[in-house]
Ligand binder design. Structure first.
Ligand code: SF4
Ligand code: SF4
Length: 409
C-alpha cells in the first residue's frame, strides 16, 4: 500500500480509503424493489478485514448510509476485525484504532434545533461503539448550508467537541457549485480537510480542479470521493471509449507493462494529482476491493505519463460526444416559470444513456431531484426553447424523459 499526506494533519493516509456507503447487501426476494436492502454483514466485515490487512487505514461512513445501518455495522465490524487481527476485547480494538482511522458525517440537512448536533454525535458514538471520532465531516454542504451552520451555531458546537476530544479533526463534504466551495473553505479555520467529488469526467463539475487546488493551497487535506463516478466509469465502456483504452493498453504492453482496466485508469488519474490526499472507494465485493488494492500499490503522482493523460482527455471527450441531448449546462433557459430545473433533468437522461445505466439509473438519480424542480411540472409554454442557444427541443425532451423514467418500473 502507498501512503500519502493529509494537509497539515499528522497522519499518513493510505492511497485507498474504505467507503462504507455501497456495502454488499442481502438479496431479499420478498421485499419490493424500493425496499432498503440489508447489509450482508458477513461479506462486508470480511472486506473490512481484507482492507485492514492490506494496509488501508481510513474507513468512511455517515449517519445516513445504508438507511442508517452503515454506522452500526461498522461499530460491530471494527470490534470483530480487531479481535481477529489484534487480540481480544479493548486491547485489540485499541491496536486497530491506532492503525485505522474512522470517519463519519453529521447530516446537516437534518438539523432543526441547536442541540441536534450534540444529540446526533452522541447517537453516532453509540452506533460506532466508540468514544471519539477521528475525522468528522459536516455532510454534503451546499447552498443554504452556511446559513444553517450559523443558525444552529454548528461551528461553535464543533469547536467544543474538538476541545473535549470527541472529534479529532473537522472537515466537510461538498456537492455544489465552485463559488460556494471557496466560501466554505474560507468560512472557518477549524477545517483540516474536505471531501469532494473528482474524477476525469468531473474536472469542471462541483468543486472540480479549481476546488482541489484551492483547498490544497489553503493547507487542507483533500479526500476524493466518486473516483469512478458512482460506478459509471467502471461499466463496460461504449465502443469509442473502449477503442481509446485498448490503444493505450497496447502501448503499455509493448513496453512490458500490464494493461489497465477502466477502473484502474480512473483511479490512477485521481492519484496522479499531488493535491489529492487519497481517494475513497465505495466497494461492494471482495473482488472490487482486491482490484482497488492492486491499483493502490502503484498509485502516485507521475504514474501517468503525457500519453496516458492525453488518452484520459480523449476518453472524456468521447463520453461527452455521446450526449444524446447537446445541453452544455449554460442555464440560459432558466428560470422556468414552473420551476423545472431543465439542465438537471436533461443531464440525468444523458448520463443514463452515456454510461449505460438506462432507466433504472435515471430513476435513482431523479430521486434526488426536488419535487419542485421536476419535468412533470412543465406547462409546455416554450419560453425556455427560445432562450436555448443549442436550439434543443426542451419540451419534447422533457416528455420523452418522463416516459423513459417509467420504463421497466
Ligand atoms: S416549456 Fe416547460 S420547462 Fe420550458 S419554460 Fe415552459 S414550463 Fe418551463
Ligand atoms: S439553455 Fe439549452 S444548453 Fe443551456 S442549459 Fe438550457 S437546455 Fe441546456
Amino acid at each position: 500500500m502507498r501512503y500519502r499526506t493529509l494537509g497539515r494533519v499528522a497522519f499518513a493516509p493510505s492511497a485507498l480509503g474504505f467507503g462504507a456507503m455501497r456495502l454488499p447487501v442481502l438479496a431479499d426476494e420478498s421485499a419490493g424493489a424500493a425496499a432498503p436492502r440489508r447489509i450482508d454483514e458477513e461479506a462486508a466485515t470480511a472486506m473490512l478485514r481484507r482492507a485492514v490487512e492490506a494496509g488501508v487505514n481510513y474507513v468512511d461512513t455517515a449517519y445516513v448510509y445504508h438507511d442508517g445501518e452503515s454506522e452500526p455495522w461498522l461499530g460491530r465490524a471494527l470490534r470483530q476485525v480487531a479481535g481477529e487481527l489484534f487480540g481480544p476485547a479493548d486491547q485489540g480494538l485499541a491496536e486497530l484504532r491506532r492503525r485505522v482511522k474512522v470517519a463519519t458525517k453529521l447530516p446537516v440537512w437534518k438539523l432543526e434545533r441547536n442541540d441536534d448536533p450534540e444529540r446526533l454525535l452522541s447517537e453516532q458514538l453509540e452506533r460506532l461503539q466508540l468514544d471519539s471520532i477521528d475525522f468528522y465531516l459536516l455532510h454534503g454542504l451546499g447552498a443554504g448550508s452556511l446559513a444553517k451552520l450559523r443558525e444552529h451555531d454548528v461551528l461553535g458546537w464543533a469547536e467544543r467537541a474538538l476541545a473535549d476530544g470527541r472529534i479529532a479533526h473537522l472537515g466537510f463534504s461538498f456537492h455544489d457549485e465552485y463559488p460556494l466551495f471557496e466560501e466554505l473553505v474560507d468560512a472557518t479555520d477549524l477545517w483540516e480537510f474536505c471531501q469532494i467529488q473528482y474524477n476525469y469526467m468531473d474536472q469542471e463539475y462541483q468543486a472540480g480542479t479549481r476546488g482541489l487546488e484551492y483547498a490544497a493551497a489553503k493547507g487542507l487535506g483533500v479526500i476524493v470521493m466518486e473516483p469512478v463516478r458512482g460506478g459509471q466509469l467502471a461499466r463496460r465502456p461504449p465502443q469509442a471509449v473502449a477503442a481509446l483504452w485498448a490503444a493505450a493498453n497496447a502501448r503499455r504492453e509493448a513496453s512490458g507493462l500490464a494493461a489497465r482496466t477502466p477502473v484502474d485508469w480512473a483511479l490512477q488519474w485521481v492519484w496522479n494529482h499531488p493535491e489529492v490526499s487519497f481517494l475513497l472507494s465505495g466497494m461492494s465485493s471482495l473482488a472490487q476491493l482486491d482490484e482497488n488494492i492492486v491499483s493502490a500499490e502503484c498509485a502516485g503522482p507521475g504514474a501517468l505519463d503525457d500519453d496516458d493523460l492525453e488518452t484520459c482527455r480523449r476518453v472524456r471527450d468521447a463520453y461527452l460526444e455521446l450526449n444524446p441531448i447537446p445541453c452544455t449546462g449554460c442555464r440560459y433557459c432558466l428560470p422556468c416559470p414552473s420551476g423545472v430545473d431543465i439542465p438537471k433533468v436533461l443531464d440525468i437522461y444523458n448520463e443514463a444513456e452515456i454510461y449505460g445505466g438506462g432507466p433504472a439509473a435515471a430513476r435513482f438519480a431523479y430521486g434526488w431531484v426536488s419535487e419542485s424542480e421536476r419535468a412533470e411540472l412543465c406547462k409546455q409554454c416554450g419560453a425556455c426553447q427560445e432562450l436555448c442557444p443549442q436550439k434543443i427541443a426542451i419540451v419534447d425532451w422533457l416528455e420523452k424523459i418522463q416516459q423513459y423514467l417509467a420504463v421497466g418500473k
